[in-house]
Ligand binder design. Structure first.
Ligand code: HEM
Ligand code: HEM
Length: 180
């Protein structure tokens, strides 16, 4: 199959897909690595603020992405995969979009329930819900559990891409490639 004959995702969606991957790596890294900085230190506060900012950016970009996605369709995969694989791909894509939208909301509300709201670059964001310690704890549990599920989901998604490219030899991955 020549590169020219591949029908790709629209350029904007491809850029947003890979940008989201980079942002997510940073969002996870900021929290997974926060233990390296002493509690209460300025560097620990800075890394937490980076987490909030990056997470909110993911939220905004995902809405933009969904807008572009709904305006156009998805290009077909050649050769066409079996029906069950297409159904699984849709289910995983929906779960990934759900993760990208739900995590920032839960994170934001969790901070509100703890009695704070993020302040980013001097801009104090509003508190949307009142302080509530029990709710904060429950939301923190969900934020953590869904973050863990995210590793599995993204792992499955990336494995599927490798399987399509190297085992089925179809153009699923090339459709998402930045290279012309
Ligand atoms: C795609 C978006 C996001 C992802 C994938 C994500 C992921 C994570 C992860 C992996 C942790 C560490 C959980 C643990 O303790 O093991 C965490 C903690 C946390 N996240 Fe997020 N997060 C996202 C967005 C946000 C946003 C937008 C906010 C707030 C504006 C936020 C607030 C928090 C808070 C307050 C914690 C707990 C921090 C602490 O223990 O001191 N997150 N997040
Ligand atoms: C780790 C490397 C990754 C690879 C190799 C990869 C590869 C791909 C490929 C080949 C597609 C097209 C699949 C299809 O047409 O069904 C795709 C779509 C998609 N990817 Fe990824 N991806 C990766 C990471 C991520 C991450 C981190 C996220 C977000 C959490 C993500 C979210 C999505 C979504 C939501 C779609 C569906 C696009 C749509 O049809 O609207 N991907 N990815």
């Amino acid at each position: 199959m020549s590169r020219k004959s591949i029908r790709r995702f629209p350029r904007g969606l491809i850029v947003l897909h890979w940008l989201t991957l980079l942002l997510l790596v940073a969002v996870y890294a900021t929290m997974e690595l926060r233990g390296m900085f002493p509690r209460g230190s300025a560097s620990r506060e800075a890394i937490k603020t980076a987490h909030y900012f990056l997470g909110i950016s993911v939220f905004a970009l995902t809405w933009l992405r969904l807008g572009l996605r709904l305006a156009g369709g998805t290009p077909p995969i050649t050769p066409r995969p079996p029906r069950w694989q297409s159904a699984l791909a849709v289910a995983v894509a929906l779960a990934l979009y759900g993760l990208l939208l739900a995590m920032p909301v839960i994170g934001y509300l969790l901070l509100n329930a703890e009695g704070t709201a993020p302040s980013i670059g001097g801009l104090q964001l509003p508190r949307l819900i009142a302080e509530n310690a029990a709710l904060a704890e429950s939301l923190e549990g969900w934020h953590e559990r869904i973050a863990d599920a995210g590793y599995w989901l993204v792992g499955l998604h990336a494995l599927a891409a490798i399987y399509h490219h190297h085992v089925r030899h179809d153009d699923a991955l090339l459709r998402m490639s930045l290279r012309r």
